[in-house]
Design a protein around this ligand. Structure first.
Ligand code: C2E
Ligand code: CA
Ligand code: CA
Length: 845
C-alpha cells in the first residue's frame, strides 16, 4: 500500500475572477475531492460486506480478540514501513498485507474493517500525519479493506479451505485492489506537483506487486502452519528465496549508495581548506579508511627541483610531514594526482582486514579519490597563491598595505597594554637611481632595503611595503611606544645610509622616517595617515626622523585651505607676474626676463611662490596656473616688443607640466595667441622634473625644442646632476643654482667654490649651453663671474623681480640696456611691419 507526501504550497495570484477556477484546480481541492470519492466508495462497499471470513469465523470474545490482535498488527506494520523515494516523493510499503490476509481468513469482515481503520487512525495520529494526507490515507485504507473483502469473497466464493487456488485468488484480489489504489496515489502525487513519469509508475507498480506477493505468501504460510497444512512449507521456501534475493539486492544497492555517499563526503570534506596541509589533514584519514589501509600518504613534487612535500597519516590519525615516502610493510598502492599544475602521488600502505593485498577494486577507488584529491590540491594552491598575492608585495615578498592595515587593526584590538607604533619611511633619491640605472636596479635596491629593514627590526615587528619606495614597520603594543619607535627609526636610517652595491655601481640612498603612536579614539587608518604626515614633514624639514603631532595635521589643513583660496584666486585672476632681468655679461644687455609669480593673499598677505606652488603641484591646479602664467608672460613679452624692447621671457615649469604630453600644443597655441615667436620663449625646467619619467618627459621636451622654444635647466647642481643625461636633453641654457654662488663671496670657501663654478661654466659652454648664474647679490660675486666668463647673470644686485611695465626702467637704473628693435609682426596675421635697429652697446660696470 502506498500513500503520498504532503501537497506542496502553490503560489497565489490576485485575480479575483480566477479564484473559483483556481480553487477547483487547487491540489488541495482535488485531493479533497478524491478523498471524498474514496470515502463514498468505502461506505458503499461497507454496506455489502460478506457475512463471514473465508475460513473459520470465531464468535463473541474470540472474534474481538482476533480483531484486537489484527489491529495491533496493523498498527505495528503501519509504523514499520519501508520507504522508497521517487524524485521528491516518498512511497511507503508496509507489511500490513499480512494481517489483512489473516483477517480475510479468520476475522469477521466488519471487525476487520474496524481494526484496519482504527489502527490506521491511531498510527497517523501518533505519526502526526498532516490533515489532508491523513484524510486521504484513511479513506484509502477503508476502500482497500472493504474492496479486498468483497473481491476475495467474490472470487473464492464458497470454496473455503486453504488450497493453492484460494491462495492464488487471494493474491489476485489483494494485488488488484492494491494496484488500483496505487494508481490513485500516483494520481495524487501528480496533482500535488510531483512529476510522475512512466518509469516511476512501473517502479511503483512492480514494487507493489512484489510486496503483495510477499505479504500474501507470508500470511498464507502463517495460516497454513497454524492449521497444520503442507502448503505452508512450499510457500515458506518460496518466500524465503524471495527474501534472500531481495536482501542481497538491497545490500548491493546499499553498498553502492554508501560508496557514493562516501565519495560525496570526501569531496565535501576538502572544501574550504586553507592550505594543502589542512586539506591533507582532512582527506588523508578518509583515504586511509576508505581503502582499509594502515597509512595514507600524499607526495607533492616540488615545482623547482627542490624537496618533495610528503604528508602522511598513520593509524592513529596523526597527520605529519616527513622528508621521504614511507616504506610499506605488506604492500602499497599509489596513483598519480593528475590535475593541471600539480604533480604528486597519492599512496596507501599496508592493507588491513581480510585481504592483505590491495585489490583491483581498491585501485579503482584510489584512482577516483586521487582524481578528486588532485583537483582539491590544485584549487587550494590556487587560492593560497591568490590570497598571498592579494596581501603581499610581489617584488619584496613583504606584506602589502592591505595586510599591514589588518595587522595594525588586529594589534590595536588586541587589548594588550601599551600602544602600537607605526614607522613610515620613504627612500631618498629612489627615482633618480631608478631612472639613471634602470628599473631592474631600482628593484634590486628595493629588495636590499627590504632585507636591511628585516635585519634591524625586532622579531615581533612587521615590515611591509606600501608601494613605490615607501615602507612601513608596525611595532606591537609597548609601554614606551614612542621611545622604541624613535630608537628603531634611528637604526633604520643608519642601516639605509650604507651604500648599496648593485652589480657594478654603489648607490647611496637614505630615508626619512615618520613615526606615529596609536592614541585613544583613533583607528588603524589614522595611525598610517599620521605616520605619512610625519614622514612628509620630515622630508620638508630635511630631518631623518619626525614624530607625528597634531600640529602637523593643522599644517595639512592649512594647505587644504590654501588650495581653496588658490582656486578662488585663479577664478578672480588675482595672480600677478613680476619679472627679473637676465643680463648678458659680454654685452651688458638684458636679453630676457624671468617671470615669477606673485600672490597677494587677501588675509595672509604676500605668499611665497615656493609655498603655494608646492601646494598647487600636489593637485591638478598647477596645470591651470602654468597656463595662466604662460599667457600672461607672453602678453607682457609682446608688449615689450611693441614698445621696442627685444626681450625674451622665461617661464618656470613644474614636474607635472613637463609630464603633460599636450604641453607643446598648449605652448604653441599660447604663442600664436600672443603673437610671439617661439624663439622669444624660454621654459625653465628642473632636473628632478625631467628625471621622474624620462621616457615620457624627453619626447615632450624634444617637441618643444623643435617648435623653437629655448629650454633652460634651472637650479643646476642641486639635483642629480649628470653629464650623461645633460647631453640627452635638448636644453640650451644652464642656470647655476644660487647656493653655488654663496661660496664665492666667503673668503674661506672662495677657492673651492671658484673651481666648482668654473667647472660648471666650462662644462656648460663645452656642451654649447648658455650658462646663467642666478642669485647674484654682490658686486664682488659679479666680478668673479666676469672673470670666470659666465655668460649671463641674474640677481638682486641687478634687480628684484618687478612688474612688467617697470622692467626696462629697473634694467636701466642698474646701468644696463635692453636690446631695442622695431616691433614684431602683429599677432594672428594683422599685417607685418619690421625694421630692425642696431642694438645700443654698453660697457659693463
Ligand atoms: P626659481 O625659478 O629658482 O626662481 C628664482 C628665485 O630666486 C625667485 O624667487 C627669485 O625672486 C629669487 N632670487 C632672484 N635673485 C635672487 C638673489 O639675488 N638672491 C636671492 N636670495 N634670491 C633671488 P621666488 O620668486 O620666490 O620664486 C621661488 C621659486 O618659485 C622659483 O624658483 C620657482 O621655482 C618657483 N616659481 C616662481 N614663479 C613660478 C611660476 O610662475 N611657475 C612655477 N612653476 N614656479 C614658479
Ligand atoms: Ca626659475
Ligand atoms: Ca632657479
Amino acid at each position: 500500500m502506498t500513500h503520498p507526501g504532503t501537497p506542496p504550497d502553490r503560489p497565489e495570484t490576485d485575480a479575483v475572477s480566477l479564484r473559483a477556477v483556481r480553487w477547483l484546480t487547487d491540489p488541495t481541492t482535488v485531493t479533497g475531492a478524491l478523498t471524498g470519492a474514496l470515502l463514498v466508495t468505502a461506505v458503499v462497499l461497507a454496506t455489502r460486506l460478506p457475512g463471514s471470513s473465508l475460513l473459520t469465523s470465531p464468535d463473541g470474545a474470540a472474534a474481538l480478540a482476533v480483531a484486537a490482535t489484527l489491529a495491533v498488527l496493523f498498527f505495528l506494520t503501519e509504523l514499520g514501513q519501508a520507504r522508497i523515494e521517487v524524485r521528491s516523493q516518498a512511497y511507503s510499503f508496509s507489511l500490513s498485507g499480512i494481517p489483512l490476509l489473516l483477517g480475510l481468513l479468520y476475522c469477521p469482515p466488519h471487525l476487520l474493517v474496524a481494526a484496519r481503520v482504527l489502527a490506521a487512525v491511531v498510527a497517523f495520529t501518533v505519526q502526526r500525519v498532516p490533515p489532508v494526507k491523513f484524510a486521504f490515507n484513511a479513506a484509502l485504507y477503508s476502500v482497500d479493506v472493504c474492496a479486498v473483502l468483497g473481491l476475495t469473497h467474490l472470487l473464492v466464493g464458497d470454496r473455503p479451505g486453504l488450497t493453492l487456488a484460494t491462495a492464488g485468488l487471494c493474491y489476485l484480489a489483494l494485488a488488484f485492489v492494491d494496484l488500483l489504489l496505487s494508481g490513485a496515489v500516483l494520481l495524487v502525487i501528480r496533482i500535488n506537483g510531483g512529476p510522475v513519469g512512466a518509469d516511476d509508475a512501473v517502479e511503483v507498480v512492480l514494487s507493489a506487486a512484489f510486496f503483495v506477493a510477499f505479504n500474501t505468501g507470508t500470511g498464507l504460510i502463517i495460516a497454513d502452519l497454524v492449521t497444520g497444512g503442507s502448503l505452508g512449507w512450499v510457500l515458506l521456501i518460496g518466500v524465503a528465496a524471495v527474501a534472500v534475493l531481495s536482501y542481497r539486492a538491497y545490500l548491493v544497492l546499499r553498498a553502492r549508495h554508501r560508496s557514493l555517499q562516501d565519495l560525496q563526503d570526501f569531496i565535501r570534506l576538502g572544501e574550504g581548506s586553507d592550505d594543502v596541509g589542512q586539506l591533507a589533514g582532512r582527506l588523508l584519514p578518509q583515504v586511509r579508511d576508505l581503502l582499509n589501509a594502515a597509512r595514507a600518504e600524499l607526495v607533492i613534487a616540488a615545482a623547482d627541483g627542490g624537496r618533495d612535500t610528503v604528508l602522511t597519516v598513520d593509524e592513529d590519525g596523526a597527520v605529519g610531514g616527513s622528508d621521504a615516502p614511507a616504506q610499506p610493510g605488506s604492500g602499497s598502492l599509489s596513483v598519480d594526482l593528475d590535475a593541471s599544475g600539480t604533480r604528486g602521488t597519492l599512496r596507501v600502505l599496508d592493507r588491513l582486514g581480510d585481504h592483505t593485498r590491495f585489490t583491483d577494486d581498491d585501485l579503482a577507488l584510489l584512482r577516483t579519490l586521487a582524481g578528486h584529491f588532485g583537483v582539491a590540491v590544485h584549487s587550494v594552491r590556487l587560492l593560497e597563491r591568490l590570497r598571498y598575492e592579494a596581501t603581499h608585495d610581489v617584488l619584496t615578498g613583504l606584506p602589502n598595505r592591505a595586510l599591514l592595515s589588518d595587522r595594525i587593526t588586529a594589534l590595536m584590538a588586541d587589548g594588550a597594554s601599551g600602544a602600537v607604533a607605526v614607522l613610515l619611511l620613504d627612500l631618498d633619491r629612489f627615482k633618480e637611481v631608478n631612472d639613471a640605472f634602470g628599473h631592474h636596479m631600482g628593484d634590486a635596491l628595493l629588495q636590499e632595503v627590504a632585507c636591511r629593514l628585516l635585519a634591524v627590526v625586532p622579531a615581533a615587528a612587521t615590515v611591509g611595503r606600501l608601494g613605490g619606495d615607501e615602507f612601513a614597520v608596525v611595532l606591537p603594543p609597548s609601554r614606551y611606544p614612542q621611545d622604541d619607535a624613535v630608537a628603531l627609526a634611528g637604526r633604520i636610517v643608519r642601516a639605509l645610509r650604507a651604500p648599496v652595491h648593485l652589480s657594478d655601481a654603489a648607490v647611496t640612498t637614505g630615508a626619512c622616517v615618520g613615526v606615529a603612536v596609536a592614541s585613544p579614539g583613533r583607528d588603524g587608518a589614522d595611525l598610517l595617515r599620521h605616520a605619512d604626515t610625519a614622514m612628509y614633514a620630515a622630508k620638508d624639514a630635511r630631518l631623518p626622523v619626525l614624530v607625528h603631532t597634531d600640529s602637523l595635521d593643522e599644517g595639512r589643513r592649512e594647505r587644504l585651505a590654501m588650495l581653496v583660496d588658490m582656486r578662488a584666486a585663479l577664478d578672480r585672476d588675482e595672480f600677478e607676474l613680476h619679472y627679473q632681468p637676465k643680463i648678458e655679461l659680454a654685452s651688458g644687455l638684458a636679453t630676457s626676463a624671468e617671470a615669477l609669480i606673485r600672490w597677494n593673499h587677501p588675509v595672509l598677505g604676500p605668499v611665497s611662490p615656493e609655498v603655494f606652488i608646492t601646494v598647487a603641484e600636489s593637485t591638478g591646479l598647477i596645470d591651470e596656473l602654468t597656463q595662466v602664467v604662460l599667457l600672461q608672460a607672453l602678453r607682457q613679452c609682446r608688449r615689450w616688443h611693441d614698445d621696442g624692447h627685444d626681450l625674451s621671457v622665461a617661464v618656470n615649469l613644474s614636474a607635472r607640466n613637463v609630464n603633460d604630453p599636450h604641453l607643446p600644443d598648449r605652448v604653441q597655441a599660447a604663442l600664436a595667441l600672443a603673437g610671439v615667436p617661439a624663439r622669444r620663449l624660454i621654459l625653465e625646467i628642473t632636473e628632478s622634473s625631467v628625471m621622474g619619467d624620462p621616457e615620457r618627459t624627453v619626447p615632450t621636451l624634444e617637441r618643444l625644442a623643435a617648435i623653437g622654444v629655448t629650454l633652460s635647466l634651472d637650479d643646476f647642481g642641486t639635483g642629480y646632476s649628470s653629464l650623461s643625461y645633460l647631453q640627452r636633453l635638448p636644453v640650451r641654457e644652464l642656470k647655476i643654482d644660487r647656493s653655488f654662488l654663496l661660496g664665492l663671496s666667503r673668503e674661506t670657501d672662495s677657492a673651492a667654490s671658484e673651481v666648482l663654478v668654473r667647472s660648471i661654466v666650462g662644462l656648460g659652454q663645452s656642451l654649447g649651453l648658455t650658462v646663467v648664474a642666478e642669485g647674484v647679490e654682490t658686486a664682488d660675486i659679479l666680478a668673479q663671474l666676469h672673470a670666470l666668463r659666465c655668460d649671463v647673470v641674474q640677481g638682486f644686485l641687478i634687480s628684484r623681480a618687478v612688474p612688467g611695465d617697470r622692467l626696462v626702467g629697473a634694467v636701466e637704473r642698474a646701468g644696463y640696456r635692453t636690446v631695442t628693435r622695431a616691433t614684431l609682426p602683429p599677432p594672428r596675421g594683422r599685417g607685418a611691419s619690421a625694421a630692425a635697429t642696431v642694438p645700443a652697446r654698453r660697457v659693463p660696470r
